[in-house]
Design a protein around this ligand. Sequence first.
Ligand SMILES: [Zn+2]
Length: 318
Amino acid sequence: METTRRQWLVWGAGTMAGAAGVSGCAHAPTPAASLAQGFFRQKLGNAHVVAVSDGVGRRPLAEGFVRNAPLAQVQAALAAQGLPTDYIDVPYTCFVLEVDGKRYLLDTGFADNGPPGTGLLHTHMRAAGIDPASIDAVVLSHLHGDHINGLRRKDGSLLYPQAQLYVPAPEYAFWMDAARRDAAPEAARGGFLAVQRVFQGYPAQQLRLFEPGTTVVGGIESIAAFGHSPGHTALALGSGNERFTFLADTAHFPALFVRNPDWQVQFDMDPAQARATRHALLARMAREGGLVGGFHFPLPSLGRIRKDGEGYRWIPQA
Ligand SMILES: [Zn+2]
């Protein structure tokens, strides 16, 4: 009886902790089990970093995905790492930082606006013991569709109506410029329309612009990482070995662009600037030795960067 009662109390406490939105340590799954549930949780000093997948989109691999390398060379790089060579399963991974009782979401995925296999962020957040309604603030790296569509559903409703929203100022200025949008070639119009869909009518009192290089909120530092887009920004928390840097799209799919920092993904808007930024940030990550995550890094989506020959290697966290 005594054992049963104590057991019940333990379960009860775990359930209540879960209901209150506190990370349910009593029921924390093993890392392997958590990956199958779409997330990976890592302690970082007094904080937690939680990689949460919005899903994976399969993209047939074609000439031009890497602008400046022939398809055969790209396929050889994938094959050398044991990956399929006729398609890429592109992961979309957001991060939740839990700091001092607050939760900060970095980038948002697609919600119900994306391709098949995406829109799973909230399912996976709940599996990680995170109630989406408990997000205090959303911080964006840049305004490409896969990073912002998850702010607003197809029906127009907001997914984080209570949360503050932090956006890199140069990114916002670029995409919200109506004259630039109207002058954009047809092929580039979609990016502007995606930004417009999400941000037109966004509650002004919740929107905060920040300058890359400044501290954003909750001790989260921003690092100018321009090139992939005009105001593309990396985000970091903590120091030394207990530092986490979110590279966002600086090195896109790691098997290609961490290994070969000279390679330019077709989505890099200023390819030369993006390449210089990639080299600088990967060198810095290897030097600092902290945890590194990327939006298109496969789960666990965080690990360490090591120098390897002309390029680098991303070592996923075990
Ligand atoms: Zn992206």
